[in-house]
Design a protein around this ligand. Structure first.
Ligand SMILES: *[C@@H]1O[C@H](CO)[C@@H](O)[C@H](O)[C@H]1NC(C)=O
Length: 171
């Protein structure tokens, strides 16, 4: 009798534990997502690629970035300097990963902005970018603090990039 009531208690504890476990595997409601603000849309002119080839680590290429324009809603418009490149690599699965450094001239005063991007080609053929900006110009200083992402669509001798700033959800 003692044994059977112990067993009953054990079974009831076990089923309570299982219920808790099942509840905790239910998908919790997701936290509020970050939002995106358009930074600019860019048409970036490229020169023919310099092949570096399959070195000890990666199959790397150098694609000169030689000009272009960008424009966006917060005064973030201007031209791209003929001083930059994408030293991207193709990994062992055949996926391309850009690795760029280039320079923007923003606004009438041609404020210098240094841009670094990296990312990966996606199955749809476009490339997703992580973007980092650096500038000392007061009008554009806020860019130093921005977390930004880009969507790149390749053209023939140019690429189009839509750049977005990530915003935290409201507190
Ligand atoms: C981007 O610039 C190239 C010239 O470098 C031009 O042929 C192309 O049409 C432009 N694309 C867009 C969407 O502006």
């Amino acid at each position: 009798m003692k044994f059977s009531s112990d067993l009953t208690a054990l079974l009831s504890a076990t089923s309570a534990a299982l219920a808790t476990c099942a509840a905790s595997t239910n998908t919790p409601s997701p936290p509020p997502p970050p939002t995106l603000t358009h930074l600019y849309t860019m048409n970036c002119t490229l020169a023919p690629a310099i092949t570096i080839g399959d070195g000890p680590i990666y199959n790397r290429v150098a694609i000169p970035i030689v000009g272009g324009t960008f424009s966006g809603p917060r005064g973030l418009s201007g031209t791209i300097a003929d001083l930059g490149a994408d030293w991207g690599v193709t990994d062992k699965h055949g996926v391309f990963h850009p690795d760029t450094r280039y320079h923007l001239y923003a606004g009438a005063e041609k404020a210098g902005i240094f841009v670094q991007t990296a990312g990966s080609a996606q199955p749809d053929g476009r490339i997703q970018l992580r973007m980092v900006f650096e500038t000392g110009h007061p009008d554009y200083y806020w860019l130093n603090y921005v977390v930004a992402v880009g969507i790149l669509t390749a053209g023939d001798g140019y690429v189009l990039i839509d750049a977005w700033q990530v915003n935290s959800p409201a507190l």
